[in-house]
Design a protein around this ligand. Sequence first.
Ligand code: NDP
Length: 434
Amino acid sequence: EERNPNELEFQQAVKEVLHSLVPVLVKNPTYIKQAILDRIVEPERFISFRVPWVDDNGNVKVNRGYRVQFNSAIGPYKGGLRFHPSVNTSIVKFLGFEQIFKNSLTGQPIGGAKGGSDFDPKGKSDMEIMRFCQSFMTELSKHIGPDTDVPAGDIGVGAREIGYMFGQYKKLKGAYEAGILTGKGIGYGGSLGRKEATGYGLVYFVEEMLKDKDLSFSASTVVVSGSGNVSIYAMEKAMQLGAKVVACSDSSGYIYDPNGINLDTIKQLKEVENKRIYEYVKVHPDSTFKVGCAGIWSVPCDIALPCATQNELDKEAAVMLVENEVKAVGEGANMPSTQEAIDVFIENNVLFAPAKAANAGGVAVSALEMAQNSARLAWTEAEVDEKLQIIMKDIYSKSVKASSEYGVEGNIVVGANIAGFVRVADAMIEQGVI
Ligand code: NDP
């Protein structure tokens, strides 16, 4: 707290991890002797830069860009770019820190990073988005590369933005390096299945956790917050497994559809027309829209999947979910539940899948995209999906195994942190004090 005052989200993420590592440190004092904790909370590099661009009326605008290259012990830096007005040093560092452990859990050779800008894509024209992305990449290009740092998308950064950034990098470097970004369009080096990977992976992970208690998505009622990339494909996979998804949201509010959400309408509104979620009720008159996104947690459900943003599910929301007899919560977004909310779930024996483990499917398939780019080949959607399922099952069993090895049987929050940490810590020790 003294070293990073005002970085509240970063402090929250670090505290959560450090608390859960106590049993590991007791068992392995080498980690203390080697000052692994002091080293792992300090980014290897933090880059902040000016992003000037010109709007459609000829006005010059300035935003701030960031890239935190947090840890490269097990592979090149890897993590998404977020374009949202709330982006600041604390948000970028919390996301980059979490990414270290998530990437480690995937078993793939990828280090931890994150970046983005306080640029607000809402209401901007396509040409404004393009000019912003080009300016952002003009600086970022000095710091990335297929073997050094490979960014991807996150909130506000999808295939369109990745395309514009890729084009600018190619122009600046005068070379076609497919492996500098992931989440690319399928026609120029993107991987089939990447768009769906985080949402699908989340549902695969939660299904594995439910199976252990003889439960399933089949015939369950599900609530999914958000209506972006992660949310849409979590809804799709949950529906494919036989669940009824009754509510989803955006930052203006949430919709409830007693007949089950119609995903084609959501995709049309969000992926094609860039419209607000309340437009849904015009097409489906049985559904209702309520202002304010936190209200979504008052909708009774068996399984809740927070897939929008950090700290969107607080203690009050957790209590409501428990009162409505929720059986499982799976985090699709990064750090969507506050620590107090997690405590409520654990105390009430609600099955809880933490983000680091449960939403790792996206970055795992990004690593598969890198592998395909290096080999200059493309796998089928079925091949990618099969690998994703294997990875998510493996993360689940690794987390459960670590929880029993360190005396917190079944606590996947602690198990995932430990399993992710040990791989990185051991690599740091083997590579010396650098
Ligand atoms: P998108 O931009 O596609 O969607 C984000 C969704 O969340 C939108 O519905 C958005 O509503 C809503 N939202 C964003 N910010 C807020 C806010 N401050 N309050 C309420 N709602 C908000 O992003 P993604 O789906 O890619 O990302 C969602 C989460 O998942 C993030 O936490 C991200 O870090 C995490 N994640 C994403 C991965 C990926 O592969 N994309 C991988 C792993 C994690 P609105 O449109 O109104 O802003």
